[in-house]
Design a protein around this ligand. Structure first.
Ligand SMILES: [Zn+2]
Length: 100
């Protein structure tokens, strides 16, 4: 059995993988709370807003540990789900972007 790295395990167990669901459209936004920052992830295109992801891609590595954590949390249904209304979607995105 493949062992999950401690760093990823603690991110999941500390509920730092968050799935924001906007209703009624059911749009989903994934974030992982890192050190003082919240990173924005797109699981479908395997994108993360962190620097590790950016430099990892440049050097040929694929996933940063945020993405690995989020994918694992998704598969195990362990993400922290937060429900929003669609009215809040634009504000949410703006806040996320201004935080990057
Ligand atoms: Zn990342």
């Amino acid at each position: 059995m493949k062992k999950t790295p401690d760093r990823i395990q603690s991110i999941i167990s500390e509920k730092r993988v968050k799935l924001h669901i906007f209703e009624p459209s059911m749009r989903k936004i994934w974030t992982v709370v890192g050190k003082g920052k919240e990173h924005w992830l797109d699981l479908e295109s395997e994108y993360c807003s962190c620097q590790g992801y950016y430099f990892g891609r440049l050097s040929g590595k694929n996933l940063c540990y945020h993405l690995e954590s989020a994918i694992l949390a998704k598969n195990d249904n362990q993400a922290e789900k937060i429900i929003f209304s669609d009215d809040e979607y634009v504000d949410f995105i703006m806040t996320l972007i201004s935080d990057l």
